[in-house]
Design a protein around this ligand. Structure first.
Ligand code: ADP
Length: 349
């Protein structure tokens, strides 16, 4: 192993830079050259906006300061073209042309699929899970998840303070795509009284009943945390008709939002002022927590050590709190577990 490449792909997540630094430091220790490939798989294909800048040498001096930078120094992007077998073959050939012996991919399940395709063509790959969503079944945690949760916890605590001051319930939407992990962890860490997630069917009337009973018991500042894709699991309810009939103009085709849910709850809960907050990119652009930084250090280190030992096509993850690896193909086949008991507890206690 003389030269390896590294790229970040899919959505950016806190800790990606720290992982790149760790790979660079470990590679340097073994005398391996590291090439940084910019903008995900685009950088392997000359498809990015700036092809001149697609591939750069990442020596220790280059990476010295990037661990502290937010976002991803290597940039990231999606690359639809890369899903085509002929484009994957081209990327493989391009890596060979610059004598890259192996590739480290930091990203989510889509990026892992891309790495798997390259590994099938004969390019040894190691994957590091970089996504705030924590939606990969084989690992307890992904890079950036802990940071995203901490951003949300901080935000919900602030919202709850104002909710308390004004005796107003709140709806807070967090990210996570189809995984409710950020929503769940934020809810239990902040003592939020209600949570809805994309994994579980939920009913607006049940949420309203719960809020009404909390208000009746004297809790006038309850928080409902919602995962961003929870709408797919909302039980049939003609919310546009309901709002139009209850004094709120809603347009045909308008999508449901946290704001609209707050308006519905207000009208189903005796007119109490329910306010909505949507937490967005602040989750992705945050400085990594100690947990994510340490995970990045260990994952980056393990990635290079695996390659050096000839253990190829592995996905690095966390199991029982420890960094481990398993074959990428097996990692992608592992089902994600959702803790229904914990979910029910939050909505009941
Ligand atoms: P994430 O990696 O965070 O899950 P995406 O699903 O958007 O994000 O995937 C990131 C990139 O990975 C895609 O833009 C594409 O380049 C590559 N990719 C995704 N799915 C596949 C696939 N089935 N085969 C090959 N490459 C893929």
């Amino acid at each position: 192993m003389k030269k390896i490449g590294i790229l970040t792909s899919g959505g950016d997540s806190p800790g990606m830079n720290a992982a790149v630094v760790s790979v660079a430091r470990t590679a340097a220790m073994y005398g391996i050259q590291l090439m940084g490939i910019k903008r995900g798989y685009n950088g392997l294909l000359g498809l990015s906006d700036d092809p001149e800048d697609d591939i750069t040498l990442l020596d220790l001096e280059t990476v010295l300061d990037i661990a502290d930078q937010r976002g991803t120094f290597l940039r990231t992007a999606r690359c639809e073209e890369f899903k085509k077998p002929e484009v994957q073959r081209e990327a493989f050939q391009n890596l060979r042309k610059i004598d890259v012996d192996a590739l480290v991919v930091i990203g989510g399940d889509g990026s892992f699929q891309g790495a798997l395709r390259l590994s099938e063509l004969g390019m040894p790959c190691i994957c590091i899970p970089g996504t705030i969503d924590n939606d990969l079944g084989y690992t307890e945690s992904t890079l950036g998840y802990d940071t995203a949760v901490n951003v949300c916890v901080d935000a919900v605590r602030s919202v709850r303070a104002t909710s308390r001051s004004h005796d107003r319930p709140a709806v807070v939407q967090v990210m996570g795509r189809n995984a409710g992990d950020i929503a769940m962890r934020t809810a239990i860490a902040t003592g939020a009284e209600m949570v809805v997630v994309p994994e579980m069917e939920w009913d607006v009337d049940e949420v309203a009943d719960r809020l009404n009973s909390l208000i009746a018991a004297g809790n006038t500042r309850a928080t409902l945390v919602i995962g961003e894709h929870c709408w797919h699991k909302m039980k049939e309810f003609d919310w546009r008709k309901f709002l139009n009939e209850n004094g709120k103009k809603v347009y045909e085709g308008e999508p449901i939002t946290a704001e609209r849910l707050a308006s519905i709850l207000k009208r189903k809960c005796g007119g109490v002022e329910v306010r909505a907050t949507v937490i967005g990119y602040t989750q992705r652009g945050a400085i990594p927590t100690a947990y994510d930084s340490a995970f990045a250090f260990e994952a980056g280190n393990m990635a290079v050590r695996l390659l050096n030992r000839g253990m190829i096509n592995q996905a690095v993850g966390v199991r029982h709190g420890r960094v481990f690896s398993m074959p990428i193909a097996d990692a992608l086949n592992m089902q994600k577990h959702f803790d229904k008991e914990l979910y029910e507890l939050v909505n009941k206690l």
